[in-house]
Design a protein around this ligand. Sequence first.
Ligand code: DMJ
Length: 468
Amino acid sequence: DFLLNQHYNPAFVSLQMMKHAWDNYKRYAWGLNELKPISKQGHSSNLFGNIQGATIVDALDTLYIMEMKEEFKEAKEWVEKNLDFNVNAEISVFEVNIRFVGGLLSAYYLSGEEVFRKKAVELGEKLLPAFNTPTGIPWALLNIKSGIGRNWPWASGGSSILAEFGTLHLEFVHLSHLSGNPVFAEKVMNIRKVLSRLDKPEGLYPNYLNPSSGQWGQHHVSIGGLGDSFYEYLLKAWLMSDKTDEEGKKMYYDAVQAIETHLIRKSSGGLTYIAEWKGGLLEHKMGHLTCFAGGMFALGADGAPSDKTGHHIELGAEIARTCHESYDRTSMKLGPEAFRFDGGVEAIATRQNEKYYILRPEVIETYMYMWRLTHDPKYRQWGWEAVEALEKHCRVDGGYSGIRDVYNNHESHDDVQQSFFLSETLKYLYLLFSEDDLLPFEHWVFNTEAHPLPVLHKDDGNKEENQK
Ligand code: DMJ
């Protein structure tokens, strides 16, 4: 109903959305990983094994930032009493790191409550056996009781996945910082070393790397699924180090150069997109996940070599526009999981199994970065269009649900309220409509699940010294 009110405040609307998502999770799925908003019960994802409470841990910092104090307090109490890692469970190292370790770290840095630091370090220690491979490139899956790891059975030649082992860096640097134990940082610096030494086809990073042989698997390259946050973490590692991590910086800008040369194309209708690369052949498809790259390019513009700052901002703006088109060309004004630029279409999903929207944040994330870095009002307008679409099609009595086909006029709900809807989508909306001094970019970087981590300033002798 607040959408009908002429005097709405968009940040307040995002907060009301958070309240609806949270209250329903609390009512129907408290303590479980996620909510099924149609059937009004818990949803357990095997990504987290038996670890419970994904939505609570993922939402902590959003509750804090939105000043939902009562809710934050009950979430904290749940963590104190119930968050338990002594379970016999096989988990995804990547998912547990970005959602649980990242969520706990942010909650600690924002609130200063010791319980979050303690739990983050405890969980980090549980993840360490994943690195027991001949190269130190971690396994994708780990049994946190037995310490036995393995890779996804579907991954090319027993490989680990670039976006998984490449998305541990920020959290592990902070775990060392907060625990005084260098082991965490050593593990991720070693991943860096392995990657920087390897030959890269055309300067590109394949999505698959075998942790035993240290050789690439299939030469598939993607800035969307399986690759995405690896690139994001190179840039953010440099930013989080107060721009001292020169190796991260170089790897990022070199990678962007190769991506521009080999993957970025313009459609005949003038839309810039990032294709996928399969052993030298392009697949003219862009995933919703790939849309985060608009924000990444803009965030990295400042440090771009040889006067390319304006160019990187422009690239970010073009990707934002393309991703907005992918939303605008559907009936629900919500973007599909993947859209194509071939067979006579542009920015449209052509395959039935690519038409779904699961409350993902990447497009709104890019609007938020573009807004902060350019202040062009169209990004807030586009964000508002997304709010209206979410309210119209995804909001149900019992929370928010994903949609099976965004081109249909009638909603078929998938009945999952993803935890990243609370940690990312709603947080990025709130930030888009708030002032720039709420979590300013000079002091904070967001992990890939939108959990803010403080920049480790050069003159930061004291580990507790972090700006809010
Ligand atoms: C989130 O868990 C993270 O943003 C990750 O980087 C990609 N997938 C989801 C959101 O789409």
